[in-house]
Design a protein around this ligand. Sequence first.
Ligand SMILES: Cc1cc2nc3c(=O)[nH]c(=O)nc-3n(C[C@H](O)[C@H](O)[C@H](O)COP(=O)(O)OP(=O)(O)OC[C@H]3O[C@@H](n4cnc5c(N)ncnc54)[C@H](O)[C@@H]3O)c2cc1C
Length: 382
Amino acid sequence: MRRDIFNEEHEALREQFRRFAQREIEPKIEEWNSRGMSDRETWRRMGAAGFLGAAAPTEYGGSGGDFLYDVVIMEEMAYLRAHALMMSLHSDIVLPYLLTYGSEEQKRKYVPGCVSGEILLGIAMTEPGTGSDLANVQTRAQRQGDHYVVNGSKTFISNGQIGDLFVVVAKTDPDARPAHRGISLLLVEADTPGFIRGRKLDKLGLRGQDTSELAFEDCVVPLSNVLGQEGQGFRMLMAKLQQERLTIAVGSVASCRRALDDTVAYVKQRYAFGQPVAAFQNTQFKLAELATEVEIGEAFIDKLLAAHVRGDEIVKEVSMAKWWTTDLQKRLTSECVQLHGGYGFMKEYPIAMDYADAAVQSIYAGTNEIMKVIIARRMGLE
Ligand SMILES: Cc1cc2nc3c(=O)[nH]c(=O)nc-3n(C[C@H](O)[C@H](O)[C@H](O)COP(=O)(O)OP(=O)(O)OC[C@H]3O[C@@H](n4cnc5c(N)ncnc54)[C@H](O)[C@@H]3O)c2cc1C
């Protein structure tokens, strides 16, 4: 079905990106997955071709487009299973913090490099002792003269090995009550003394992503690297999580489409009892049901994308989309594995990896339980 949210320019970008991806991305996916990370050269090529930070203003080197330009690229990347190169984390999750809350000096210093692919971004919220309960972070940034001294540890940080600049969630006032008022966001460059990259973690899925531990040991960060105002970190995080969760939902629906398309193709050519697996009514009903749910998911996402681009506050609805689409992705990939029979369990079949990759979608960017907490609160259920 034609989707109304994209105009001709968005679709032209999609075509342009498909040609680029065929040449520059598809041939590298397997290598990234076995190495456990992407490569800087491809990031630079993405930047040079205008595919990073497409929504960043032109004065900082961006294309000045809307969020939908990035949506086009993230859908294509998810459909390709190019999960290693975390373009949406870089362009749509972390860069917006700089663009919205960065000082003019910070923007001039960092944004052009982010758009060109020279500066790769990450965000460090989660700690070994706390994930969902963000207000309880223990990483401490202590003011001393014209700088902060940062100490603490983070875990599960995407782009942890390849990243150059991290938005770090730290406590600048441990006595603040409520606790979230003591949280600030600091821009920390990865070559700062005391910034330590820890283990690259061994994961069930998303094997091409360099999810890592990070540590800060007396890491000296200039006061000028605070984002927005000290003590406003939690508010900024809450404001930006709407887009982060929307990107997860967009990726989920695109990944569902890929798993579904591949399964439809598989069941047509696999024979059992003298007929294609596609001819069994069970197969037809299962795939018909899943295809229906993908359409429903996409229709909801498109509605939310239009509202998000308009600037509406849709935290409740985006939370609904995040839990529902990621839940669908988990159910759908599980059914698709089943329809592949034993081959679905073999890593050489992409559907097996789709199943493993789907598992985390309901966990990061706020677990699906937290999404339901947010929805319930906004329904007045406390
Ligand atoms: C591959 C991967 C990449 C990631 N990338 C990043 C990154 O780049 N940056 C970053 O900062 N973090 C990242 N994370 C961390 C991720 O955001 C956290 O894992 C997530 O927020 C959950 O936190 P937790 O793991 O501490 O789980 P916990 O908070 O310990 O949750 C455990 C369980 O308790 C449930 N629970 C917790 N609180 C409630 C509640 N109030 N009501 C009901 N149930 C509740 C949760 O839903 C969950 O089921 C990543 C994680 C993974 C796996």
